[in-house]
Design a protein around this ligand. Sequence first.
Ligand SMILES: *[C@@H]1O[C@@H](CO)[C@H](O)[C@H](O)[C@H]1NC(C)=O
Ligand SMILES: *[C@@H]1O[C@H](CO)[C@@H](O)[C@H](O)[C@H]1NC(C)=O
Ligand SMILES: *[C@@H]1O[C@H](CO)[C@@H](O)[C@H](O)[C@H]1NC(C)=O
Ligand SMILES: *[C@@H]1O[C@H](CO)[C@@H](O)[C@H](O)[C@H]1NC(C)=O
Ligand SMILES: *[C@@H]1O[C@H](CO)[C@@H](O)[C@H](O)[C@H]1NC(C)=O
Ligand SMILES: *[C@@H]1O[C@H](CO)[C@@H](O)[C@H](O)[C@H]1NC(C)=O
Ligand SMILES: *[C@@H]1O[C@H](CO)[C@@H](O)[C@H](O)[C@H]1NC(C)=O
Length: 383
Amino acid sequence: MKLKACLFTLASVTVSLSKPMPRQSTSFVKADGQCFTLDGQPYTVFGSNSYWVGLSGLTTDEMHVTFKDIAETGGTTVRTWGFNEVTSASGDYYQLWNGSTSIINCGSTGLGNFDNVVAAAKAENIRLIVTLTNNWSDYGGMDVYVNQILGEGQPHDYFYSNPEVIAAFQNYVKVWVERYADEPTIFGWELVNEPRCTGSTSATSGNCTTTTITDWVKTMSAYIKSLDSNHLVGLGDEGWFNWSNSTDFAFDGSQGIDFDANLAIDTIDFGTFHLYPYSWGKETPSAMVWGQEWIENHHNAQATCNKPVLMEEFGVSAGQNQTTTYKNWYSTVINGGLTGVLIWQAGSNLTSGPTPNDGFTIYPDTPVYYLEQQYSAQLGARN
Ligand SMILES: *[C@@H]1O[C@@H](CO)[C@H](O)[C@H](O)[C@H]1NC(C)=O
Ligand SMILES: *[C@@H]1O[C@H](CO)[C@@H](O)[C@H](O)[C@H]1NC(C)=O
Ligand SMILES: *[C@@H]1O[C@H](CO)[C@@H](O)[C@H](O)[C@H]1NC(C)=O
Ligand SMILES: *[C@@H]1O[C@H](CO)[C@@H](O)[C@H](O)[C@H]1NC(C)=O
Ligand SMILES: *[C@@H]1O[C@H](CO)[C@@H](O)[C@H](O)[C@H]1NC(C)=O
Ligand SMILES: *[C@@H]1O[C@H](CO)[C@@H](O)[C@H](O)[C@H]1NC(C)=O
Ligand SMILES: *[C@@H]1O[C@H](CO)[C@@H](O)[C@H](O)[C@H]1NC(C)=O
């Protein structure tokens, strides 16, 4: 166990919640061993998820409030969706499909709107992790590519292996990556939210293995690096292992994810994992303890591979020992040496009403919001 995961020879580091250190917003976050750096100094990844900030018709003022509320927890980094696949135009969306062809929406309800998200984040000293598609059918996701190009009901996992589908996804990714290649407010790109072989609405081929997805991660991450050498690239997975000594679905490779193999890919800069013991049937005997071990296992992988790893989503709902559990998990991250942590999910009380509440949302001036302030300061002090 390494208590000082990110030890730098700095004269002093001032941690202040009300006055964040001014950053040189012209610099890109880099990975260095198990740490992130900005201008050669440690960059602490603490923050939250706001999938909705570019997809809910928010005004630019509301985008500012969203990021300000996160910054006031000590947050530096926010993960958000860079996808919404639709087959008929409505609201904010990024790609409109008709048959097997698509049009990318660069207008004011598409990437033009995301320019406002980036500007608001920059003004509030927040950097963005942008995820480029979804395993799930929320906001379209990968099944839309498969259904539109190969036909309704074709296997979900053809997303990772069919050359036409890969080319279509690359076409989409290219527009995003080239648009923001010189924009330091982007922390990094993430290939997909929670990739698995199995899909939510479609069949699976029966042929998808960890090797299928690992090969796809190699192809896609190398593709992004060929267009944009400034930004970090991660996967966005839940962190499943592919250990030969286990028959537990979280550890046996059955989900199509091999955390260690993916982290070892040259063009992957950091690892990602999620933590939802209640959704995963891991609540007995103790969701809290299962989660603690899940964090420790990923820290071990981080140390072995010598790359940064983020717990970039976690949640138990209020009524499931939430405060006690979150104290344990934040402490395990900080004292155990995991690189960084983002909670699922941010909330704000906007003029248009409260932002989406899925049972995990943390609004300002609530107990977990104050907990975030406490642990962001601890993580900053560790680094
Ligand atoms: C991907 O889509 C699936 C979710 O419904 C499959 O069944 C699998 O559960 C998928 N979800 C995740 C998180 O991978
Ligand atoms: C979709 O494509 C078909 C065939 O190319 C075309 O006839 C139709 O007008 C298109 N629909 C829309 C909404 O553009
Ligand atoms: C699985 O792979 C086998 C062998 O390559 C192939 O014949 C079969 O069509 C595949 N199944 C599906 C559903 O793609
Ligand atoms: C997953 O584990 C199996 C069995 O140990 C191995 O054959 C396979 O290569 C692993 N997958 C990857 C992507 O390393
Ligand atoms: C199973 O394998 C993993 C990865 O090699 C190792 O870290 C873990 O300690 C092993 N667990 C047991 C119970 O042997
Ligand atoms: C909360 O924690 C207590 C004591 O650790 C435990 O007995 C109880 O089952 C937990 N409740 C839930 C909902 O997890
Ligand atoms: C925001 O809304 C939540 C939930 O409705 C509430 O508990 C909290 O007090 C509100 N915070 C502020 C600052 O109004």
